[in-house]
Design a protein around this ligand. Structure first.
Ligand code: MRU
Length: 356
């Protein structure tokens, strides 16, 4: 994997990326290393599916919609670089790459949705290996474009829920960096801001990987949207002081009875309920999973050193045990509405849609 370090120490000047979060550049996939932000903008140039899988596992690429598109690009790399003469040989390579990508992160359904869509496209395409490979590359490009359009639609619908002068709390990063561009929860905030609403954002730092402190604060500051950072444990306090008007978060999987999102979301939702603050979830329909309920979903458990260490430096005593679930489950009763590309659904409407 080639890394191209473009700008070091961007604290001096926040730069706008000259590209989407992920792009196809003639047989390679270029993305931004999200573990290096905000202090360095480092682009990763990947040419194999294994490199994409490793970047996903190490969270250089993260955020549910982006995981889906990146995994699909992983298959596009396999297809593009394949030396297979026969269609069956290529299909076997695609299946092997799919298995590698499926093992990276288990919770975001978008990853499985995207792999499934590419596999179906390959199966339906007639012709030899070359025709199938081209169809895969074209399909991923289409999916990447669709992601941006879908996020803009989510922003359009969700912005109707946001009033002038609202203070909106968001958790983790559901912004451009978690998608191909524009974002879901941050798409709603961006759209409201673009409409001239004078809003501001409270971003939770999001322990242990600090996506809120590093990525959401960075994106919003770059776009000139007022943002204030708090630690995760301050949410109850700021809500009790009536400093929050609305909560908008993203999701990794929305099942019939719950929203699964970054660890800490459930606490925020329960506190919002306690304080009468609307709790909105913004996500594309590719995040909806009608096939299961929350108890069936695998919640990713990450290495405990992410909790015992801070910036790779041990803070907890040697030998202490630590839990590190990356996501939690927010029961539907705490969800005021789900905003997707086709509109805004109450939790009852959502449940009816999923069981229809
Ligand atoms: O572990 P991450 O950083 O991949 O988790 C991301 C989140 O939990 C986001 O809220 C979710 O994926 C929605 S992103 C539009």
């Amino acid at each position: 994997m080639v890394t191209i370090k473009l700008i070091e120490n961007i604290d001096r000047e926040l730069v706008a990326f000259p590209m989407r979060t992920i792009e196809w550049k003639t047989g390679t996939v270029v993305t931004i290393d999200q573990m290096r932000l905000p202090h360095e903008v480092v682009f990763l140039r990947m040419s194999t599916c294994r490199q994409v899988a490793s970047a996903i596992s190490n969270m250089k690429i993260r955020g549910a919609p982006l995981l889906g598109i990146a995994a699909a690009y992983g298959l596009a790399l396999t297809a593009y670089s394949s030396k297979a003469d026969k269609r069956e040989e290529l299909m076997k390579e695609i299946e092997e790459s799919t298995e590698i990508l499926k093992k990276t992160r288990p919770t975001a359904v978008n990853l499985f949705w995207a792999l499934d869509r590419i596999m179906k496209k390959a199966q339906k395409t007639s012709g030899g290996a070359k025709a199938v490979a081209q169809a895969i590359v074209d399909e991923v490009q289409k999916m990447a474009d669709e992601d941006v359009q879908v996020n803009r639609k989510i922003g359009e619908h969700g912005s109707r829920l946001i009033n002038d002068k609202d203070v909106v709390l968001t958790h983790c990063n559901a912004g451009s960096l978690a998608t191909v561009d524009y974002g879901t929860a941050l798409g709603v905030i961006r759209a409201a801001w673009e409409q001239g609403k004078n809003i501001s954002v409270i971003a939770t730092e999001t322990r242990p990987k600090l996506q809120g402190a590093r990525l959401t604060a960075y994106e919003l500051q770059r776009d000139g949207i007022p943002v204030t950072l708090i630690t995760d444990s301050m949410v109850g306090h700021v809500m009790s002081k009536q400093l929050i008007d609305k909560v908008v978060v993203g999701a990794d999987r929305i099942v019939r009875d719950a929203v699964i999102n970054k660890i800490g979301t459930f606490t925020i939702a329960a506190l919002a309920h306690e304080h009468g603050v609307p709790f909105y979830v913004a996500a594309p329909r590719s995040t909806f999973d009608p096939t299961c309920i929350s108890k069936d979903v695998v919640i990713e458990e990450r290495d405990s050193t992410e909790v015992t260490h801070f910036h790779s430096k041990r803070v907890a005593p040697r030998g202490v045990k630590a839990l590190n679930p990356a996501f939690d489950v927010t029961p539907m009763k705490y969800v005021s509405a789900i905003v997707c590309e086709t509109g805004t659904l109450s939790s009852n409407q959502f449940q009816r849609l999923l069981t229809a």
